[in-house]
Design a protein around this ligand. Structure first.
Ligand code: GTP
Ligand code: MG
Length: 619
């Protein structure tokens, strides 16, 4: 057995210094990398294969400024490094990652890591950016002062870790750094650490003469109290317009293709249950959901670009004042923004929020942010009921309605946050301390990988849970067949018809038809399935869904007030089961799950009721 086989190497360092980028480079992993602090909130493990085929374990950890830090994500890093992580000894070696452009900040933690007494290698990452800015680092001097090997890396370049790879492949581990007596005497004395950082910087780092930085020039606009907010609003607005104007034509194309294929397949098969399953369930149901992939990808394209650009923490900073009034801080901004993809990473992202009350509020309102699984439902109903008018020559009415639905979710979340703040005994507010990263142009390759990941997650959902639910929906709609001498349409006698009519007692005041009611059930497992379920139910019920058929079937069956009511329902309705499970896991409390489900159900019911009744009265 090889001695290296069980060697575990942990990547640690300040937030946003490129640990995960390095982890991906070493292990071939696809963990999330983005340009703000607090991206990684879990311990992740990967395999690094050395030049001679030996395998090492690499751990990617959440970034932390100090081992004293106390937010839940930072505690994971601390526990792993101290050997206190459940069921795991301390790592055999540490690769301490530091941002070479910001050593003034990052060296402090390097000194803390040195005191662990484990073998350490310092990876000076972002050397490309440091060189470009004219920062010169004397590796020899740095190595000597720190008592550990120092290696330059560029984690975003394919061969950017060649020297580190060679180092990790070597059989011999570096000796643990000799901690000088002064450090050990003074332990965690901050002043001593700061003094040492200053000494090291003076000895090893030459900064360029001050030049007007591009970041500062941009920040003058972007962080401006008025222009900053205007820019933020314009950015958000453009994203939603783009989702429509770029995504929609592609969606129509896919819809047509599937409608055609479904027709072809159906014509080749004998009529019967199997033909109905394939053409109604698979092509009608799944095909419709798949059609919304372009819209989702356009949305993600913008999210990825924003994440890499360094803009997000600035938006958080801008919104901090506003967020304080509703009982949150700018800290909640990024977890909430991630929830536009899916509430699950958003809720996990709250681990970087230190204050437990702020964290809980953020967890409870994160599901009100419109996740991408709701996009197909919105797009379907908007496409069917809202005319594609131009408004004011520039904007598309459908894009405008979509934007309004997202805003409604945000406003709802803020209102709930505000109410929760009233219930808090501790009304203290925390100043926002957040590092503003350098602006960075997103690399097309990273954006492409990000989109690919998203597309594969979507297709996996589609061929997994959504497929299973769709087949189930088809079964419920097709069986049992109508009794002899039945007068109403066959589907009315099926299980789906039965459950749907039963649910209608509850939902009729909201203007929901029984088909809508039945589609709410699978939506609770995965929201997109509502679309597949509606398609299946109508298709089994005899509607022709080719081309824009589902939209036509919807407008034929219910009016605009019901459609608006259903849209509003999806803005507020209780989240899918996986979200509730994550709330349970992250807060260790069933009570919070109940609170979350209960309040969302209440708001959704009330808001849809009002929407339906008002719309019916007005229209
Ligand atoms: N120019 C340049 N950018 C880099 C380099 N390494 C990482 N980045 C960028 O730096 C940002 C942060 O990278 P991550 O890998 O997410 O940082 P992290 O240390 O894992 O951050 P946390 O998980 O938040 O602690 C991303 O925008 C990366 O693309 C590098 O060597 N050069
Ligand atoms: Mg990371």
């Amino acid at each position: 057995m090889n001695a290296l086989l069980n060697r575990r190497i942990a990547l640690v360092g300040n937030p946003n210094c490129g640990k995960t980028a390095l982890f991906n480079l070493l292990t071939g992993g696809r963990q999330k990398v983005a340009n703000y602090a607090g991206v990684t909130v879990e311990r992740k493990e990967g395999r690094f294969v050395a030049a001679d085929g030996r395998v090492l374990k690499i751990l990617d950890l959440p970034g932390t400024y100090s081992f004293d830090a106390t937010s839940p994500d930072e505690r994971i890093t601390r526990d792993v490094c101290y050997g206190e992580y459940p069921g795991e000894a301390a790592p055999d070696m540490i690769v301490c990652v530091a941002d070479a452009t910001n050593l003034r900040l990052h060296l402090r933690f390097v000194l803390e890591v040195r005191q662990l007494g484990l073998p350490v290698v310092l990876a000076l990452n972002m050397m490309d950016a440091a060189r470009k800015r004219g920062i010169r680092i004397d590796l020899e001097a740095l190595q000597q002062r720190l008592g550990m090997p120092v290696i330059e890396t560029v984690a975003v370049r394919r061969d950017g870790a060649r020297e580190l790879v060679a180092r990790l492949s070597a059989e011999a581990m570096p000796a643990p750094p000799q901690v000088r007596s002064r450090d050990s005497e003074q332990g965690g004395d901050h002043e001593a650490l700061h003094r040492e950082v200053r000494e090291i910087l003076a000895a090893a780092v030459t900064m360029p003469a001050q030049t007007e930085s591009r970041d500062d020039a941009l920040d003058r606009w972007i962080l401006h109290p008025v222009w900053g907010v205007v820019i933020l609003a314009v950015v958000m607005f453009l994203v939603f317009q783009a989702v429509y104007s770029v995504g929609k034509p592609l969606t129509d194309l896919i819809g047509d293709a599937f409608g055609w294929m479904g027709g072809q397949v159906a014509s080749l098969m004998p009529a019967g249950a199997l033909q109905s399953l394939i053409s109604d369930g698979i092509f009608g149901g799944l095909g419709t959901v798949l059609g919304f992939l372009p819209e989702i990808l356009v949305l993600f394209f913008f999210i990825l670009v924003l994440e890499e650009s360094g803009y997000l923490p600035r938006a958080a900073f801008l919104l901090d004042r506003l967020m304080l009034t509703v009982g949150l801080t700018g800290r909640s901004f990024i977890p909430l923004l991630s929830s536009f993809a899916c509430a699950i990473p958003g809720i996990m992202g709250t681990r970087s929020i230190q204050d437990p009350r702020d964290r809980l509020t953020t967890i409870l309102i994160a599901p009100l942010m419109t996740c991408s699984a709701r996009l197909p439902v919105y797009a379907l109903l908007i496409g069917a009921f809202i005319p594609a008018h131009r408004v004011g020559g520039l904007m598309n009415l459908q894009g405008l309605v979509l934007f309004a639905l997202y805003v409604l979710g945000i406003v709802g979340a803020m209102a709930v946050g505000w109410v929760m703040k009233r219930f808090r005994h501790d009304q203290s507010e925390h100043a926002l301390l957040m590092e503003l990263p350098s602006y960075r142009l997103p690399t097309p390759r990273d954006v492409a990988i990000g989109l690919w990941e998203r597309a594969s997650i979507f297709v996996k959902r589609l061929t997994g849970v959504i497929l299973a639910l769709t087949v189930l929906m088809w079964f419920l709609s097709a069986f049992p067949g109508p009794p002899a001498g039945a007068t109403r349409p066959a589907i009315e006698y099926s299980f789906a018809g039965y459950f749907g009519h039963w649910l209608q007692y509850l939902f009729a005041p909201l203007g929901f038809t029984w088909e809508m009611c039945i589609s709410l059930i699978p939506a609770f497992a995965a929201r997109e399935t509502a679309v597949a379920a509606l398609a299946t139910v109508y298709s089994v019920g005899g509607a022709d869904l080719g081309g824009d058929g589902l939209g036509a079937a919807l407008t034929h069956n219910f009016g605009l007030p019901s459609a608006l009511s259903l849209l509003v329902w999806f803005v507020f309705a209780p989240q899918c089961m996986s979200t509730l499970a994550v709330i349970r896991r992250e807060t260790h409390s069933w009570r919070n799950v109940l609170v979350s489900f209960g309040y969302m159900f209440g708001i959704a019911y009330l808001a849809s009721l009002i929407t339906y009744q008002v719309a019916r009265w007005l229209l």
